[in-house]
Design a protein around this ligand. Structure first.
Ligand code: SF4
Length: 503
């Protein structure tokens, strides 16, 4: 049994853990040319972009539509647009870009919380070591397998985001073993069999050697949120004597990931901590830095907002208030600024807001979401604030979300092919920027959606979803006539009960 470091009384053990994790040279080597989150440049760009000329805004939109990453000064111009009509033009361009890069599909996933033990004391988080109300748990490998079986067997999830606090109990070896445990589960369905086919990881920054261990475990996307790019706010939210209190260790974690061989990474901030325009600029600068470093930008950007959490006053009194309108504009600007990236909008937000944001170019949504540790295999009990990191806003089941999307003519995709076919890193970047990946997206969405409909959909859902599937199949016949016969042959094999076919 590992030592529990989840309370402040454990300070000497926590200090030893911090000293083992943070390797100064693995920060300094990436910051030799200075801080790539240039606060002065952000402030100046935002100040100079107030009241932008509409002609300049349209020039920038043309650059976004050509799938080029924007400069900070260009993103600042878009952030400062207030004219409602111009904002609508931006939203239309954002959706057009999404269709060009990712086609007419939303990818679904579900988070799996593996452990709520954490040595850090982030002031907005229910898992903070300072929160004695939190009832903590770390899953065993058997329990992890049970969670995987529940997620893929009950709802039909194929893509999981495994979430870990920062703690010696959940170090690199544990993460790698837990990934293998999830992949090992196979469940019979009414017409075939299913399994989790891609496990992304949301975990703390790790040293390079530890990241190599996680990489060998079969990680999909490695996701680490900076929470806030604003240094002063960061220092106020993360006590300096914690691992997370080291801004530079966190902001360089993706550099270490690339050097460890993980070439698929996801960025994010926790909106509501600092000024939202500053955070969008920070995300852009981080993306540009990764492009400079390895020519590979983030595969995804996540946009969580601060939500009520157990034991956290700050989570109930947002330090930097952020309206739904601001949120919509931030998402639009992100889609336009880093046009190739996937945008993840989670069930923290309400169903109404998520539905609205589907029209702005988001690419991934979770559903049937449970964020208690072990919550998928436990009997459903609703949300319990002292057993989870924060409270959710959208409690739709996967089938309900899929039907809502289908009513709007959008297909749900369970595709995990890119990662398994080696379309990651620089390869996926090129495919996304040139629109080639969008073709794979369309085809694999059709194949995986057929599979899900046959295995999991209720009669009512089938009625709602079949027309979308057929119209996507028709579009493939029209747009890819030479490829269509092969696609149709795969499609028919799935109808006959074969599983996991993809391009
Ligand atoms: S935000 Fe993450 S690092 Fe901070 S206390 Fe919560 S789980 Fe730990």
């Amino acid at each position: 049994m590992s030592t529990c470091l989840s309370t402040p009384a454990d300070t000497s053990a926590a200090r030893a853990f911090r000293d083992r994790i943070i390797i100064r040279d693995e920060i300094d080597r990436y910051l030799r040319d200075g801080d790539f989150i240039d606060e002065a440049r952000i402030e100046t760009a935002l100040k100079e972009a107030v009241n932008p000329d509409p002609a300049r805004v349209r020039d920038i939109l043309a650059k976004s539509l050509a799938i080029e990453t924007l400069l900070p000064e260009e993103t600042a111009v878009l952030l400062q647009v207030t004219d409602p009509e111009l904002r609508r033009e931006m939203e239309t361009a954002a959706l057009a870009i999404k269709h060009k890069v990712y086609d007419n599909r939303i990818v679904t996933f579900a988070p799996m919380y593996i452990s709520s033990y954490c040595v850090n004391r982030c002031r907005y988080c229910g898992f903070s070591a300072d929160n004695h109300r939190q009832r903590r748990r770390c899953l065993t490998m058997d329990e992890i397998r049970a969670e995987a079986a529940a997620m893929c067997g009950r709802d039909g999830h194929k893509r999981v985001m495994a979430v870990y606090g920062e703690h010696p109990m959940t170090g690199a070896e544990f993460i790698a073993e837990s990934l293998q445990a999830i992949y090992s589960v196979e469940v019979r369905t009414r017409r075939g069999k299913t399994s989790v086919r891609r496990v992304n990881v949301n975990a703390a920054p790790l040293p390079i050697d530890d990241l190599r261990i996680v990489q060998k475990g079969g990680i999909g996307t490695f996701q680490v949120f900076q929470e806030t790019y604003h240094r002063r706010t960061y220092a106020a939210m993360h006590p300096a004597d914690t691992i997370k209190g080291d801004y530079d260790w966190r902001v360089t974690c993706m550099h270490r990931a690339f050097d460890a061989g993980i070439d698929d990474v996801g960025l994010g901030v926790l909106f509501g901590l600092a000024d939202w325009k500053f955070e969008v600029m920070g995300l852009l600068m981080h993306s540009r830095e990764l492009e400079r470093f390895v020519n590979i930008g983030p595969h995804t950007i996540s946009v969580p907002r601060l939500h009520p959490a157990s034991g956290s006053d700050i989570s109930r009194h947002t330090p930097a208030p952020f309206t739904d309108e601001d949120f919509v504009h931030a998402l639009t600007v992100l889609r336009l600024s880093v046009p190739y990236t996937g945008l993840i909008l989670t069930a923290r937000e309400s169903a109404a807001l998520r539905d609205r944001c589907v029209g702005l170019g988001i690419t991934q949504m979770d559903a049937s979401t449970r964020i208690g540790v072990g919550a998928y295999s436990d009997a459903p009990v609703g949300q319990e604030i002292d057993k989870q990191q924060f409270m959710l806003g959208d409690n739709r089941t996967l089938e309900e979300l899929i039907c809502d999307l289908a009513r709007r003519g959008i297909i749900t995709s369970f595709c995990t092919a890119g990662y398994r076919c080696g379309r990651t890193g620089g390869c996926i970047m090129d495919a996304l920027k040139t629109g080639k990946e969008g073709k794979f997206c369309k085809v694999n969405a059709v194949l995986t959606f057929r599979e899900w409909l046959d295995d999991f959909a209720s009669p009512e859902a089938l009625k709602i979803c079949e027309p979308v599937l057929q119209s996507e199949l028709d579009a493939i016949r029209e747009q890819l006539p030479k490829f269509y016969p092969t696609v149709k042959e795969h499609y028919d094999r799935i109808v006959a009960g074969e599983r996991d076919l993809f391009f």
